[in-house]
Write a protein that binds this ligand. Sequence first.
Ligand code: FAD
Ligand code: NAD
Length: 464
Amino acid sequence: MKEISCKLLVVGAGPGGYVCAIRAGQLGIDTVIVEAGRPGGTCLNVGCIPSKALIHAAQEFEKATHWAARTDAIGISVEKPSLDFSTTIAWKDGIVSRLNSGVAGLLKKAKVKYVQGWAIFRDGKTVSVETETGEQVIRAETVVIATGSAPVELPFLPFGGPVISSTEALALKQVPQQLAVVGGGYIGLELGVAFAKLGAKVTVVEALPRVLPQYDAELVRPVMKRLSALGVEVLTGAKAKGLSAKGDALLVETADGKDKKIAADHVLVTVGRRPVTEGWGLDQIDLDMAGRFIRIDEQCRTSMRGIYAIGDVTGEPMLAHRAMAQGEMVAEIVAGHWRSWDKRAIPAVCFTDPEIVSVGLSPDEAKAQGETRIGIFPFSANGRAMTMQGEDGFVRVVARADNHLVLGIQAVGQGVSELSAAFSLTLEMGARLEDIAGTIHAHPTQSEAFAEAALKALGHALHI
Ligand code: FAD
Ligand code: NAD
């Protein structure tokens, strides 16, 4: 048995843990990070990155398929395209491998010691790790728990065989002919749209009255339109009940109480993710919980001194950039800097077609706080959007009525994920409608719709 001591121990090398360790290393803190899987965690290996690679490949394939089927105003025609899905998956895996090496290299550069294996807490400051070369005991002055999250399993649709989670969906050997998706949230719709574009017949089964319930109906409307154009069937208010006896169909109770059988070679269950709080000795340290999650304060401190928790294990929103921001902050706190969670907004992006971005308060949330001014500018009036055939969608700015302070910004449209930076900066800087309207936005760009939405809220939009 080997023993090492360090100032900081980070458990889990997802976006929360690895960013924390890199920043700690940069600050000269003697840091060890333990990871059971591969560097980069869920996000890099089976989440954000591989899903966006698949979404991109699907988008390109669908474009080519579209042009093969018709020649319209743009004047392009192509031969019928074909898809070598194993090459697509190999390309996606190549990106993941490059980033795995990148994270490992960054940790090394920051002089962080990387221990491969599953960590189990013996007490609040000691973990043991079963490594390839035997047991490794690590003692630390300060510990950061960054154990992340895992897919929620439905008891009547346990994972295995045709029932898969996003992890298996991102590593399929071939495109399913018929794919049933249970849960019309982020993952269900991002991957559902991608597989539909790759040629699968996709059916989405959502328990609530509408898909993407985390966004308001106005934002989701263009996505619904596109789902219909792609032939994706959406059953809302529907209950998945289990797999057929032969395992070749999903049994569903529809909103009107009727039984329906959806033929499927795979059933993708995407009904949320749960924090990873089991199997690593949480009971040994007995931390206070906030529901299923580890309870933290505004500095990511848990109920036990010297133990911090970051990322998905600490709650919503379960997003990589939140985990990273927490990780960076905790490293600086451990180094003695004064930091606390002062973010005004955590942007959320859904990589559907079209994409959705939301930062800050929705119109309803803002109205609940007082009088508002809301400006909406459609992409149908934006020159750049027209040149990209991306006229469906809009930018919406929500501000206080009295002093015009911007409280929230949302957009739906082709490629709007890249506008999220401008939206977040607006909220972080405490900008007012006049600040956005008074900023020169390059022409022709989709970002002009942002300035126009602010002008609209002020009552004098120029291009509508
Ligand atoms: P994780 O990334 O889950 O990492 C935790 C790590 O800890 C894992 O590698 C695990 O192996 C390790 N670990 C756990 N316990 C132990 C232990 N006892 N010992 C050793 N190691 C341990 N978010 C976005 O912001 N944008 C997106 O586009 C996006 N797309 C997604 C797509 C999919 C399909 C999925 C599943 C998720 C997506 N997410 C996205 C969410 C994002 O992946 C998570 O929010 C993010 O990974 C959380 O980071 P984390 O560091 O908290 O945990
Ligand atoms: P989600 O919370 O986004 O969606 C789950 C959906 O399943 C909801 O619409 C819910 O109403 C529905 N549902 C729950 N139980 C059901 C049932 N029994 N039958 C039918 N529908 C049911 O969860 P997810 O899609 O699994 O994603 C998990 C998390 O991963 C997200 O919350 C998000 O934090 C993160 N994520 C983010 C991105 C991104 O940032 N672009 C992409 C993917 C995942």
